[in-house]
Design a protein around this ligand. Structure first.
Ligand code: SF4
Length: 374
């Protein structure tokens, strides 16, 4: 059985009714539990839980201290290419958008690596658009080999692959993968992804599980909040993470909470997620999944990121450029082809200072392979 069968049990209408039926008593009962069920998770995501945000914050803070201490792990993304064959209606790299397209040569990858490594960063996340012919598994593998000389941890956020392809990348030094389902709403999904390989909902949904089987150390999932009713996607993301953590206890399962950002192109989001709702989502997830990593990216403003550091976040990006080759490029050379606009533009040093000033420790590397040389 795959997560698909579990996900399919919750259709949108039934979720809507269940969320609306939750009461204050349900929330109090859930908060009194040591471990909560998927039903309890839904309760904490419901409108009835909004007046209990403070109680949820205290519980989430305690659980995060217990499992992670006062630490925030830092990483930065590196865009290898922005060629894409998909038409995700909410994305600046959409194949229909007339933006400057490029791909880093191996020499450019090395230059970017040197610039990023000189800041002290140890975790790198490589991204490409979804264009196999351009960013082939072989190209990605060759880039990973270059990056492994500079970074102990190299993760991927690329198109969905087969288990064999993930295994081959894991062997060449990739230790983590991120895969956003974008929305778990199976009816809405093809509308938002009208053509291209990403149109295949099921192949994407099962990708995190294939990468668990293929030996990835960290598997990070998420939905793009704002594409559908956020409570539905937040619930199914949590269920997905719970499924993976229970089935693959040797893999670190993590969740990212990205909100829609402005980008090249025009997309009217159907659900605007407020700061309070983002916090509710974060707290409910932490209480449901005490051991899961939770990432908040630079899509969020600096002030917001500072404020939520105590509430369950374990990982943040810093020193971010969403342009291909944006780290080594002079600011004047920007080709305005970024995937989306970032809100927190702080450098790695500034981020470390912000984390320390909150009484937390910035972490660059928190693991060591039992075998291997890094
Ligand atoms: S979200 Fe990813 S797959 Fe979709 S258009 Fe953007 S880069 Fe391509």
């Amino acid at each position: 059985m795959s997560f698909y069968n579990i996900c399919a049990q919750y259709d949108e209408e039934c979720l809507k009714e269940q969320l609306a039926s939750k009461t204050e008593t349900d929330v109090k009962h859930t908060l009194a539990q040591e471990q909560i069920s998927p039903e309890g998770f839904l309760t904490l995501l419901s409108p009835a839980a909004v007046p209990f945000i403070e109680d949820m914050a205290q519980k989430a803070h305690k659980l995060t201290l217990q499992h992670f201490g006062r630490t925030i792990t830092l990483f930065t993304p590196l865009y290898l290419a922005n060629y894409c064959t998909n038409r995700c209606v909410y994305c600046g790299f959409n194949t229909k958008n007339k933006i400057y397209r490029s791909q880093l040569s191996y020499e450019q990858v090395e230059s970017e690596a040197k610039v990023i490594a000189s800041t002290g960063m140890k975790n790198i996340l490589i991204l490409t658009g979804d264009a196999r012919a351009k960013s082939s598994p072989e190209y990605i593998k060759a880039c990973v080999e270059i990056l492994n000389k500079y970074f102990p941890s190299v993760s991927i956020e690329i198109y969905a692959m087969t288990e064999q392809e993930y295994a081959s990348l894991a062997e060449s030094g990739v230790d983590g993968m991120t895969m956003f389902q974008e929305t778990y709403n199976e009816k809405l999904y093809p509308v938002l992804h009208p053509s291209g390989p990403k149109h295949d909902y099921r192949f994407r949904l099962d990708a995190p599980e294939r990468s668990c089987k293929a030996g990835m150390r960290v598997v990070n999932i998420g939905a793009l909040l704002g594409l559908d009713e956020w409570r539905h996607d937040a619930f199914k993301t949590g269920l997905h993470a719970h499924y993976l953590q229970s089935k693959y206890p040797g893999v670190d399962i993590a969740v990212s909470l990205p909100r829609m950002r402005t980008h090249v192109g025009h997309f009217e989001q159907t659900c605007v997620v407020s700061d309070t709702e983002m916090v509710q989502n974060l707290l409910a997830l932490r209480i449901f999944m005490p051991r899961a990593g939770i990432t908040i990216s630079t899509r969020e403003k600096a002030e917001f990121r500072n404020n939520i550091m105590h509430l369950g976040v374990t990982k943040m990006s810093a020193g971010v450029s969403t342009e291909v080759g944006g780290h080594a490029k002079a600011e004047d050379d920007s080709d305005k082809s970024a995937q989306f606009d970032i809100s927190d533009t702080r450098s790695l040093t500034e981020m470390c200072e912000a984390i320390s000033s909150q009484g937390y420790q910035p972490v660059f590397k928190d693991w060591e392979p039992i075998f291997g040389t890094l």
